[in-house]
Design a protein around this ligand. Sequence first.
Ligand SMILES: Nc1ccccc1C(=O)C[C@H](N)C(=O)O
Ligand SMILES: [Zn+2]
Ligand SMILES: [Zn+2]
Length: 207
Amino acid sequence: MGTWIDISQPLDEKVAVWPGDTPFTYKVNWSKEESGSVNVGQINMSIHTGTHIDAPFHFDNEGKRVIELDLDLYIGSARVIYLPNYTSIGVGEISGIDLKGITRLLIRTNAWKDRRVFPQTIPHLQPELAAYLSELGVRLIGLDLPSVDPIDSKELSAHHELASHGIHILEGLVLDDILPGDYELAALPLPLVEADGSPVRAVLKKY
Ligand SMILES: Nc1ccccc1C(=O)C[C@H](N)C(=O)O
Ligand SMILES: [Zn+2]
Ligand SMILES: [Zn+2]
């Protein structure tokens, strides 16, 4: 086994934010000079910034909140596949790849070139991929993109189809240097009781 590779976006003011959503800020809210002992920081951000997971509550009022999600989704073996140059990814694009026994699937598209700028268009997942992947046993799908649906989508068909097939979503990965293959993944959400998603520190280790 190799060493852990960070596949998360750094969180600072330069991180790209969904258009119109809350900018990322960090500040020392109580300085060492003021408190007499410690610097105490404060962050303000949209949950859907950088590398994060979506809880079903993000797109379904009745859906699970972060605290209810199964931790096994976010730790364990994962297969990375490379699918560059597609405008959308469906069964046709993926069916040539052997995914037998895969629980966690990470798709490197390389389509989000400059991560400091929010992309105007991205390759999206075709909703019918959800049934196909769940049949294979996939329970987590991760991408190097800010969404699994088109940026301007209001229906969020891929989000809904994935959720209804028991597949959870990990977005905003950094897979630039990751070769296709099998890895150990850890991308745990924070124990946010009510939240619709969570930032994660996503890491991979080559088997
Ligand atoms: N942050 C937002 C602000 C406004 C509207 C949508 C969003 C999203 O993040 C939705 C997206 N489909 C997502 O992948 O989670
Ligand atoms: Zn999201
Ligand atoms: Zn999403």
